[in-house]
Write a protein that binds this ligand. Structure first.
Ligand SMILES: O=C(O)C1=C[C@@H](OP(=O)(O)O)[C@@H](O)[C@H](O)C1
Ligand SMILES: C=C(OP(=O)(O)O)C(=O)O
Length: 430
C-alpha cells in the first residue's frame, strides 16, 4: 500500500527517462540470435525485461548484467538449447508472445508459463498461426492459455493477414519467418510499433514493407552489433501528463524515444493544446529527443483509428489527462485494452470513478467529461503497472489522501518511478 497526499504540487526539473521496454526485450532476443557479442546500453532493468534475460539464459545464452550495460554472447538461432526448466515469462506479454515465435522454429521442446495475469491473456492469436506454419503447440484451451508447450521445427512459407493490430503478434510471426526456408508475408490492419523490423536491419538483415504488407525471408545471418536503447515514451507519458495537469510545472524529459510508431501521445497533447516542445537530439534508426512540457490548459479531443496502436499503452494516463481537459474526450477503437495486464477499460473507468472523475466505459474505449476536481480515494493498481502509475499521477491533483494498493507492480516497466517523481515534486508534502 502506498499513501500519497499533496498540497498543490508543482513539477520542476529534469528526468532521464528509463529505457524503452519494447526495444530492451528485442535487444536481448536479437543479441541471442545473432553471432558474436552484443553490448546493450540504456537497457531497462524492469521485471519484464529481466524475465526475457532469464528465459534466454535457460536456453543456454550467456548474458552478463553490468551496472550500465548488458553483454550477450550470441550463438545464432541454431545455438539455442533445449531448456531443462520451464521458461517463466512473469507478467510480460511481449516476452511470452515473441518467445513463442522464436521457439516455433527450434527443434526442441519447451514450456512457457507466466504469472496469473499472463495466464488470462489470449495466446491463440500467436499460437494458431504458428501451428499453421508447422509448430506443434499445446496448452490450456487448445493452446490459447499458458502454460503452453511447444515443439518447433521446420516451418513452411506463410502469408497471413493479422486479425488485430498487434506488434507482438507481428513480431512473433516475423521471428518464426526468419527461421523458415521461404518467404513470410504479413499484412497488418494498422501500422504498429516497428522495433522488430528496425532490429533486423540493425543486426545486418533485411525486411521489406510495402504499404501494410511486410515481407521477410528466412535463413538470414545476423551479426552482433551494439544497441543503444532510447528512453521509453510510454514511461515519459506519466510525467508529460503530470506536468500538464499540475500548476506552475515545467519539466524537461531527456532521452525520449521518438519512433513515429510510438508518438501518438504527442499527437494527443497537440490536439489537447498542451504547452510542450520536442527537440530531436539524434536521428538514428530509433530517434531520440527531449520534451519540455509546462502546465497546460487542455481541450478535449477524439482518439481512435490509426492513432490507437501508436499510443495503446498510454491510454490509462491519457484518460486521466482527459479528466482535466475542457469538454468531452472520446477514446474509441481500443478493444485491445481488454486483453492487457488487466482489462484496462474497466480498470481505468472503475478506478478513476473512485476519485470523482466523470468517465464511463464503452464497448471499445471510454468517454470522459472534464474538467473535474478529483478527491482522495483508496485505489487499486490491480497488479497492472500502468494503472498503478496513473493512480500515482492522479494523486498529484486529488484533494485528500490517496491510497494505492499493490504499487510494487510498477517495477514491471519503471522501477525508479517513485524516485523520479520525488525528485521533481515541489510542494508542501502533508
Ligand atoms: O511489441 C511490443 O513490444 C508491445 C506491443 C503492444 O502489445 P500488442 O502487440 O498486444 O498490441 C504493447 O501493448 C506492449 O506493451 C508492447
Ligand atoms: C501491455 C503491456 O505489456 P505486455 O503486453 O508486454 O505485458 C504494457 O507494458 O503496457
Amino acid at each position: 500500500m502506498k499513501n500519497l497526499q499533496f498540497e498543490s504540487p508543482s513539477l520542476k526539473g529534469e528526468i532521464n527517462v528509463p529505457g524503452d521496454k519494447s526495444i530492451s526485450h528485442r535487444s536481448i532476443m536479437f543479441g541471442a540470435i545473432s553471432h558474436g557479442e552484443t553490448r546493450v546500453t540504456g537497457f531497462l532493468k524492469g521485471d519484464d525485461c529481466l524475465s526475457t534475460i532469464d528465459c534466454f539464459r535457460k536456453m543456454g545464452v550467456q548474458i552478463i548484467e553490468k551496472e550500465d550495460e548488458i553483454l550477450i554472447e550470441g550463438k545464432g538461432f541454431e545455438g539455442l538449447q533445449e531448456p531443462s526448466e520451464v521458461l517463466y515469462t512473469g507478467n510480460s506479454g511481449t516476452t511470452t508472445r515473441l518467445l513463442l515465435g522464436i521457439l516455433a522454429g527450434q527443434p526442441f521442446h519447451s514450456v512457457i508459463t507466466g504469472d496469473e495475469s499472463i495466464a488470462k491473456r489470449p495466446m491463440n492469436r500467436v499460437t494458431a498461426p504458428l501451428k499453421q506454419m508447422g509448430a506443434v503447440i499445446d496448452g490450456r484451451e487448445d493452446g490459447n492459455l499458458t502454460p503452453i508447450s511447444i515443439r518447433g521445427g521446420k516451418l513452411k512459407s506463410f502469408h497471413y493477414k493479422l486479425p488485430v493490430a498487434s506488434a507482438q503478434l507481428k513480431s512473433a510471426l516475423i521471428l518464426a519467418g526468419l527461421q523458415s526456408d521461404e518467404e513470410t508475408v504479413i499484412v497488418e490492419p494498422e501500422k504498429t510499433r516497428d522495433h522488430t523490423e528496425k532490429m533486423i536491419r540493425h543486426f545486418g538483415g533485411s525486411i521489406q514493407r510495402d504499404g501494410q504488407k511486410i515481407i521477410v525471408n528466412g535463413n538470414q545471418p545476423f551479426t552482433a552489433k551494439d544497441v543503444h536503447v532510447p528512453g521509453d515514451i510510454s514511461s515519459a507519458a506519466f510525467f508529460l501528463t503530470a506536468a500538464a495537469i499540475t500548476k506552475n510545472s515545467s519539466l524537461l524529459l531527456k532521452g525520449v524515444g521518438l519512433n513515429e510508431t510510438r508518438t501518438g501521445i504527442l499527437d494527443v497533447l497537440k490536439k489537447m493544446e498542451a504547452d510542450f516542445e520536442v527537440t530531436q537530439t539524434n536521428a538514428d534508426e530509433e530517434p531520440e529527443g527531449q520534451i519540455k512540457i509546462n502546465s497546460s490548459i487542455l481541450k478535449s479531443c477524439e482518439i481512435g483509428g490509426e492513432l490507437i496502436p501508436r499510443l495503446i499503452d498510454e491510454i490509462p494516463i491519457i484518460a486521466l489527462l482527459a479528466t482535466q481537459a475542457n469538454g468531452q474526450t472520446v477514446i474509441k477503437d481500443a478493444e485491445e485494452l481488454k486483453v492487457k495486464e488487466t482489462n484496462r477499460i474497466d480498470a481505468v473507468v472503475e478506478e478513476l470513478k473512485k476519485f470523482g472523475a466523470d468517465i464511463h466505459a464503452t464497448e471499445d474505449g471510454m468517454i470522459i467529461n472534464g474538467p473535474t476536481l478529483l478527491h482522495g480515494a483508496e485505489a487499486d493498481s490491480r497488479g497492472d503497472h500502468r494503472i498503478g502509475m496513473m493512480l500515482a499521477v492522479a494523486a498529484l491533483i486529488s484533494k485528500g489522501q490517496v491510497k494505492i494498493n499493490n504499487p510494487e507492480c510498477i517495477s514491471v516497466s519503471y522501477p525508479s518511478f517513485f524516485n523520479d517523481l520525488d525528485a521533481v515534486i515541489h510542494q508542501n508534502n502533508v
